[in-house]
Design a protein around this ligand. Structure first.
Ligand SMILES: [Zn+2]
Length: 289
């Protein structure tokens, strides 16, 4: 039995209607805010939980961009980040975190423990060790762990076990997959997992049904299968993608999403994307190009 990573306070709202509606008043203590920042080719989400907790999932590839974007979301005197989750040790997911760790006091860091050769990640691990010495709590997570953030809950759906996983060509298949629940609303953050990994998650009995899907691996054709979409049935999909030579997002993935009637937003077209939730309803608050 896995224990929660932190235990702060659980509050789950027990209604059961989803709607994509307009709120009378937006922003404030009762709203969950999820920002999918436009950081080019890479992943970067910044989440504000009601009652003040601030969470980053992945830092994008750029050293300064994330800090710039966070500083627009927080008052200048607020220099604390409660939790950073980096899904896997690839540049386009952790490089932007160097600067965040320099400029902000980070209380918790969560990762899978999957290692990667190379100077950059080695340097990153040194920075994390230093953070740990300064009081930051660093935790390794796997499927079944839960991160309880006052009113919201994050459940780790993947990886099941990283022991023996040591594919230095790509650590994508070790990505930490997070399901964020706030009341009735659910968001899925999938890192760069493949269709094989998606299948593994479903075949292990994990409930992947969500309202908002952060599309895996920047829209690669090797992820976001019809099998996965049939189970996850998102209303909205976010593709975190920038200029790239990989052909992301792929025609196949866009077609799959279209087939299931999913509304798609992309950072390369729509800029920064912010979705807010009051626990029942979701609203697309801003799309800034
Ligand atoms: Zn990536």
């Amino acid at each position: 039995m896995n224990k929660p990573v932190f235990l702060i306070f659980i509050f789950l709202i027990s209604a059961n209607i989803f709607s994509w509606s307009v709120f009378d008043s937006v922003r404030g203590n009762n709203f969950l805010e999820v920002n999918f920042f436009n950081v080019g080719q890479g992943d970067c989400s910044f989440i504000k939980i009601p009652n003040g907790l601030k969470v980053i999932i992945d830092g994008g590839p750029d050293h300064n961009l994330l800090v710039e974007k966070i500083s627009k979301e927080l008052p200048f005197w607020d220099r604390e980040i409660d939790l950073i989750i980096f899904t896997h040790p690839e540049d386009d997911h952790f490089a932007g975190l160097f600067e965040v760790l320099k400029r902000y006091k980070v209380k918790n860091i969560v990762w899978s423990g999957e290692d990667k050769d190379g100077v950059k990640f080695k340097n990153f691990k040194v920075v994390i060790e230093k953070e740990q010495e300064d009081g930051c709590l660093v935790s390794k997570v796997k499927a079944g762990d839960r991160i309880i953030l006052k009113d919201a809950v994050m459940e780790v759906l993947f990886p099941f076990d990283i022991t023996g996983f040591n594919n230095q060509n790509s650590t994508n298949g070790s990505s930490v997959v997070i399901k964020l629940t706030y009341g009735l609303n659910k968001f899925l953050f999938t890192g760069d997992i493949s269709s094989e990994n998606e299948k593994e998650i479903i075949n292990n009995g994990k409930d992947v049904k969500v309202d908002v899907l952060k599309v895996a691996h920047h829209g690669s054709k090797y992820s976001t299968s019809n099998y996965f979409l049939e189970k996850s049935l998102p209303k909205v999909a976010i593709i975190q993608v920038g200029k790239n030579t990989y052909g992301h997002p792929s025609k196949e993935t866009l077609e799959n999403l279209n087939f299931f009637g999913v509304k798609v937003f992309r950072n390369d077209i729509d800029g920064d994307i912010e979705i807010i939730s009051d626990g029942k309803n979701l609203k697309l608050l801003s799309i800034d190009s």
